[in-house]
Design a protein around this ligand. Sequence first.
Ligand SMILES: [Zn+2]
Ligand SMILES: [Zn+2]
Length: 648
Amino acid sequence: MIKISLPDGSVKEFAAGITSMDVAISISEGFARNVISASFGGNIVETTTPLTTDGSLILYTWNDEGGKKAFWHSTSHVMAQVLEEMYPGIKLTLGPAISNGFYYDVDFEDQKISDADFKIHKNRILEISREKHEFRLRPVSKAEALEVYKDNVYKTELISNLEDGTITFCDHSTFTDLCRGGHIPNTGIIKAVKIMSIAGAYWRGDEKNKQLTRVYGISFPKQKDLTEYLELLEEAKRRDHRKLGKELELFAFSSKVGQGLPLWLPKGAALRDRLEQFLKKAQKKAGYEQVVTPHIGQKELYVTSGHYAKYGADSFQPINTPAEGEEFLLKPMNCPHHCEIFNVRPWSYKDLPKRYAEFGTVYRYEQSGELHGLTRVRGFTQDDAHIFCTPDQLDQEFKNVIDLVLYVFGSLGFENFTAQISLRDQENRDKYIGSDENWEKAENAIINAAADKGLKTVVAYGEAAFYGPKLDFMVKDALGRQWQLGTIQVDYNLPERFELTYKGSDDQLHTPVMIHRAPFGSMERFIAILIEHTAGKFPLWLMPEQAIILCLSEKYEIYAKKVLNLLENYEIRALIDNRNETIGKKIRDAEMQKTPFMLIVGEEEEKNGTISVRRQGQEGSGNMSVTIEEFAAIVNEEISKTLKVFTV
Ligand SMILES: [Zn+2]
Ligand SMILES: [Zn+2]
């Protein structure tokens, strides 16, 4: 008999040799029908693999990451079968599942695959799938495997690196591939497929190697799922922050300035400034003090902090002063500077916590191929702060930071998030610095604070930084995509490295604990996510322009200016469009800019001292005629729905 533990904590006994599918059936026949993959003892197994030892079993359905991976990887086998059928003699290499679908890297040699044929490939994949072929893993000897693939240099290379006795082939239908496993029971559940695209990819990602063709695809158990996925992709394209950033005139890149270095245009800068002011205001209430530090620091600073040893080789190389022989680094982190601010004078426990905040711009070298719009850049500004406190204050400080992060998310319309508590790997404690006592204190502080604030949490063992545990906020955007935003980290390391001290109530010197935190993360990345989450329709309080005054003709320009002045008195941000264009064209342009309110002024309005209000995106719903005062009340009411006052 073997003991199998299940994710719900239960342990069941079975005869050795039972398969995952049999275990699933023993739980419930209905459940078993949905099981498509499994992992045993931390390794992916086939649902038909006999289990012969004790271990923990996880059964996956399509709704689990593990299920999707097996589903997509299995489809890549069927796609490879079809490609081999249609392009005889091609050399198959590797075909893994990825976060959305799968690919197969193929050496087509002198043959060519064209996207015009994607539909033919797809139909053939579905035809084979409908025949319900089982995926069967078969052990082979190294010699046998090498013989089968003697004409395929890629597979030969893969096999050469494997140990004899560990090699398996996977058979389905008439097709066989070298594979270590992770398949769905049979092809019959693949009901919808799409070949997405082809791209060049070097063998093993090395540009010295031959360039192969990567064929991307995705598959689903229902046609409806594929349709929804494709709609989501279209919507993501429409919301791409690089596209909207250009249309809304928020930011730009210049090849002359350099790759990965965003230029903020006036509207984008205004938006960014508004975000900064919003956070500064809340931080002031929460007892933070603003500091400012330079963009560079002596290399020694980062040697002390440990950043140089960790990131030095991969970052921008030092700036030298030839006359004096000094070396400076572009600041990759603000923390060392803030430690030195703490070090300026002695502190007593009564002075703590000290909370230093800075919108600090940092520079990190990213390879040009890794750069992506505002989400991967080489220069960015963190909404950074470091809290220096006594170990006893950690609990409360952590809770306060959570409050601030929740306030930020709420004001910006991110309602769907989870918090990941990243703790030490229980088994490899030597990887981490600091005493067990401090770690336990810090881990408990995070767990308690998260529970106290009612956060939806997941615990990730082994995900802590080497210097302390952390809490990361994972936010789902309007398209259901997950992003990591704010982070709160506890750190015992830097205060020691910088020899930070305070005098305790015992009159002895102690080392403070440090909290690193950034609710936005980086301004650049946050704004990119915000653009895609809102499709450019930012919360009203944040819009660069909240209203645009559209003159029916030049005759009403003077009245429009009067309206603008009145709006300014109410602190409403507005512009006048007095171009010699039709009102239809002006409305279309304002719609494109996502300006929330269009205020139309003509003869009637001038006579009555009113404006005719049209709401962005509400075509055909007649305009509303109101006074400026009434309009200001509408704006303020809407703002107060999202932008609450931060209280401590
Ligand atoms: Zn496989
Ligand atoms: Zn920091």
